[in-house]
Design a protein around this ligand. Structure first.
Ligand code: KG4
Ligand code: ZN
Length: 365
């Protein structure tokens, strides 16, 4: 089966083609094209939904054409169309859903509407071209624990099988990616700050600032990150050195122009923030993996691209001798893309008439 997957729930416009064989095997990635309006949002410190949707109207058809071209397929080869119908920004979701409904009507193809959250999970069932050349085997077994960490979600999802899932933990306030982005904005970094904080943190001292890890010791599997944001805000108002640094950053056109002492201090703040976020996520995730005796731990969402999170989880699993296979999609499959939507559609395998496909911005699992 060949599936064309479309993703437009936030600021990305993604289209991808996958080839499937059996539900017991991963899908093969034939192409994966993503256009982003991120640079437009960097100037405003966050996404302006109307601007994102307007850009997506411009990108959607060229992105689909490019994905088909790179996969060396045309619409006649496509067996099903997969599309994100929620959760997300309503205007953005509409661009993908209405495009796919039109394609379905014109080319008489079935539509499989996909929940974006399942997309992040199913990014782990994709074999890339590189995986195929290195003979990487994907042998994910159930029960699995999925950690979905993105700009909008921080969820721990227990999967007993395809289609048999239970949310066992979630954030009570900000999502992990949102915490990275909001704290980044506080210290003067452009949106989205997650990748930049992670990069700057590599040269920083994670113990330089003692930041809170809210709910790390609570009995449940929930998370909370807004206290961390408040702690950094308080630090920026009460610590004279941090206050001076933030004033300097605000006046300096580019981070490269900061003095080496300022660069080091910024790196220390970033490392301390990253450490606090990663410690909270890892603690609850490992606790849940042990309690539910899962055999696979699978990551998804933009924050799953964070190397400190990846390494810390890996080290804890090894140190505790947990019989758990850790699966992390490659970076381009962690952040929003059409391939993960096509993959989720294959394992879900339920098509819907184009007349009945509607967006649902509030959708959960
Ligand atoms: O999954 P995603 O592309 O979009 C949503 O569904 O939200 O995730 C975007 C989020 C942003 O908050 C971004 O700052 C964060 O993922 N992110 C990272 C990294 N790469 C992306 N956060 C920390 N470290 C990274 N390397
Ligand atoms: Zn996402």
């Amino acid at each position: 089966m060949i599936i064309l997957g479309i993703e437009t729930s936030c600021d990305e416009t993604g289209a991808a083609v996958i080839q499937t064989t059996s539900q017991t095997l991963p899908v093969l990635l034939l192409s994966n094209v993503v256009a982003s309006s991120l640079s437009l949002h960097a100037q405003t410190g966050g996404i302006i939904p109307e601007i994102a949707a307007r850009e997506q109207v411009k990108y959607i058809l060229p992105v689909i054409e490019k994905a088909l071209h790179e996969a060396k397929k045309n619409m006649d080869d496509i067996d099903a169309l997969a599309v994100t119908y929620g959760p997300g920004l309503i205007g953005s979701l509409l661009v993908g859903v209405e495009t796919v409904k039109t394609l379905s009507y014109i080319y008489d193809k079935p539509i499989i509407p996909v929940n974006h959250m399942y997309g992040h999970i199913y990014a782990n069932w994709i074999l890339t071209e590189k995986d195929q050349t290195t003979n990487k085997q994907l042998s994910l077994t159930f029960p699995a624990l999925a950690l979905v960490v993105s700009g909008g979600h921080t969820d721990l999802v227990l999967m007993k099988n395809h289609g048999d899932v239970e949310v066992i933990g979630q954030t009570r306030d900000d999502a992990a990616g949102e915490a990275f982005d909001k704290i980044g904005r506080l210290v003067g970094l452009p949106y989205p700050a997650g990748p930049l904080i992670s990069q700057l943190a590599k040269k920083g001292n994670a113990k330089a600032y003692d930041l809170p890890r809210p709910m790390i010791g609570s009995k449940d599997f929930d998370f909370s990150f807004s206290g961390l944001k408040t702690a950094v805000l308080t630090l920026s108002k009460t610590n004279p050195e941090v206050k001076d640094l933030l004033t300097t950053i605000a006046k300096t056109p580019s981070l490269a122009e900061l003095s080496s002492a300022d660069k080091q201090q910024l790196a220390d703040i970033c490392a301390s923030v990253e450490e606090a976020i990663v410690a909270s996520i890892v603690s609850k995730t490992i606790k849940a993996a042990k309690e539910y005796k899962v055999t696979s731990l699978i990551l998804g969402g933009g924050v799953a691209a964070n190397t400190k999170l990846q390494k810390t989880l890996e080290n804890r699993i090894t140190a505790l001798h947990l019989p758990v296979k850790l699966s992390i999609p490659e970076t381009s499959l962690c952040t929003d893309n059409g391939a993960m939507i096509a993959a989720a559609a294959f394992y879900q395998n339920q098509d819907v008439s184009w007349k009945n496909v509607t967006v649902n911005p509030e959708l959960y699992y």
